[in-house]
Design a protein around this ligand. Structure first.
Ligand code: XMP
Length: 524
């Protein structure tokens, strides 16, 4: 085990392993388990038996997946997985893997099942206990193959009109399988069914929540860090804000935060960060106004990738210089999240994660720093819950994600101070109107973009030839896919007229109605 993973290794009293066979719902299974108060991790389907044993899981859940078990190259778990005496729940393809391995039969269904179905419960002793549904419940199906013969020593515990064998159990070995998807909300009692697996079958106790996370992590951070110092780049975004507050709670004065103003921040952003962390929380906060350096290096640069590269390198250079001034620093804290960590979670190949720029890549080795990443096990909304439990002001917790390169990737073409002023003002109007309309919190991300074209307009009796602002707002769960947000027309109309009236140099506003894919969220 290398130094970094030993620092980040977690002592979980209870862990549920989810093995991923490629279903679009695999992450959702892990989420549901966590919501029920048990820590869970998602791993590729072929996690080795040694790696499974090392983690000492209380239970294993086999996810669904797009394959057929008999297909060449279809994913199969390590063969000893059913001999570990660890409770197993197979979901959809996971059920078929159980059947395939343990003497059952799977065939292409005569009638495929997609969508809602009625489940008839034959045995409500454990997996289907206390559903209060009088022996029937609505479930979500999505399968072509189905079980046609029970595996050895298994019994049927539920059926549907299209799936005569819809759920199975081997109570002695604590192996269960369901054809439907309990993790999706359309399965009315899905959470209860997963809960029964966790608490009745796998013997979990629960209790994993933001409060217990904070306590455990604070202790872990204290014992890892000892009397040494930690630095943290504090951008003011959700992850770095919650990270800094957690670290400060754990190690107080040993934490040194650095806020670098790269000149590409939104209106009043740096001022607000300083006000909160230096004046209210009284952190050791080093504020570096490096706007001139960043902007001069970006002068005349239009290519998005070059912009990103220049910003990333300049950030590291300045951060390194500041860290050296502080001296005696042994750790670098980063707000890396769980989706960034999952190795190759998907059977179909490594899942695409967007690496955040503010993670100061390359620095730890160069400066001989050890990494501290207490959020490696959390999803974004779990970080928000930790922030809330730590008492961070709501405005910092509900903030939309903001890219490391900041407004540089929202000014298409070259960047100038004048363009930055225009964009900041327009963005501020857009966001404040969304807040007023109570839409800010239901939107994943919203921002203004300054386009590199001028268009003709008429203001008063004057012809104008001015800039265009594009408004972008999307709803999303994780930023990987996104839908354009259906903002009511009257609100769009108010935003548009305020921008044109109040921001000098803008005579046209357009609204971006593209989803991701095929478009990305940012324009560059
Ligand atoms: P896209 O535009 O690829 O973005 O759909 C998905 C999410 O990632 C953010 N993003 C970035 N974040 N550095 C970052 O820290 C970057 O270079 C970067 N590019 C995109 C984007 O704002 C969205 O939340």
């Amino acid at each position: 085990m290398n130094q970094q993973s030993s620092i980040n290794s977690m002592q979980h009293q209870e862990l549920i392993l989810v093995l991923d066979f490629g279903s679009q719902y695999s992450q959702l299974i892990a989420r549901r388990v966590r919501e029920l108060g048990v820590y869970s991790e998602l791993h590729p389907f072929n996690l080795s038996i040694d790696a499974i044993n090392e983690r000492k899981p209380k239970g294993i859940i086999l996810s669904g997946g797009p394959s057929s078990v008999y297909e060449e190259g279809s994913p199969h778990p390590a063969s000893e997985i059913f001999d570990l005496e660890i409770p197993v729940l197979g979901i959809c393809y996971g059920l078929q893997v159980i059947a395939y391995r343990l003497g059952g039969e799977v065939n292409t269904s005569v009638r495929r099942e997609y969508g809602q179905a009625e489940l008839f419960i034959d045995d409500d002793a454990d997996l289907f206990a206390n559903l209060n549904e009088k022996g029937r419940t609505n479930v979500w199906m999505s399968h072509g193959d189905a079980l046609t013969k029970l595996p050895n020593d298994f019994e049927r515990i539920a059926h549907s009109s299209n799936s005569p064998i819809c759920a199975i159990s081997n109570k002695g070995k604590k192996i269960y399988g369901v054809q439907f998807h309990p993790e999706v909300v359309h399965t009315t009692k899905g959470k209860e069914i997963i809960g029964n697996f966790l608490f009745k079958i796998a013997g979990c106790q629960g209790g994993w929540n933001a409060g217990s996370f904070i306590e455990r992590k604070s202790n872990e951070i204290q014992s890892t860090v000892g009397k040494q110092n930690v630095i943290c780049a504090l951008s003011g975004g959700v992850d770095s804000s919650v990270l800094a507050v957690l670290l400060h709670k754990a190690i107080g004065e040993q934490l040194y935060c650095i806020h670098i103003n790269n000149g590409l921040m939104r209106k009043n952003e740096s001022e607000n960060v300083i006000k909160l962390y230096r004046d209210t929380y009284r952190f050791n906060l080093d504020y570096v106004d490096a706007s001139d350096v960043f902007l001069s290096r970006l002068n005349g640069i239009s290519d998005p990738e070059r912009k990103r590269k220049i910003i990333g390198e300049t950030f590291i250079e300045i951060f390194e210089a500041e860290a050296n001034k502080i001296g005696r620093v042994s750790f670098l804290a980063q707000g890396t999240l769980y989706p960034d960590v999952i190795e190759s979670t998907s059977f179909k190949g490594p899942s695409h994660t967007i690496k955040t720029h503010h993670n100061v890549g390359g620095l730890p080795e160069k400066m001989n720093l050890k990494l501290l990443e207490p959020f490696r096990e959390l999803f974004k909304d779990e970080v928000r819950a930790v922030g809330k439990a730590l008492g961070l002001p709501k405005e910092f917790i509900v903030r939309h994600p903001f890219p490391g390169p900041g407004l540089a990737v929202r000014i298409l073409g070259d960047i100038t101070k004048d363009k930055l002023i225009i964009l900041r003002e327009a963005d501020d109007i857009f966001i404040s109107e969304l807040r007023k309309a109570r839409l800010y919190e239901i939107i994943w991300q919203a921002f203004a973009v300054l386009l590199p074209v001028q268009t003709v307009g008429v203001m008063g009796d004057q012809r104008t030839y001015d800039n265009v602002i594009a408004l972008r707002a999307v709803t999303s769960l994780d930023g990987m896919t996104a839908d354009w947000a259906q903002i009511p027309q009257e609100i769009l109309s108010k935003i548009s007229s305020r921008i044109v009236n109040e921001v000098r140099g803008v005579n046209r506003v357009v609204y971006d109605i593209s989803s991701k894919p095929p478009s990305t969220i940012e324009w560059e």
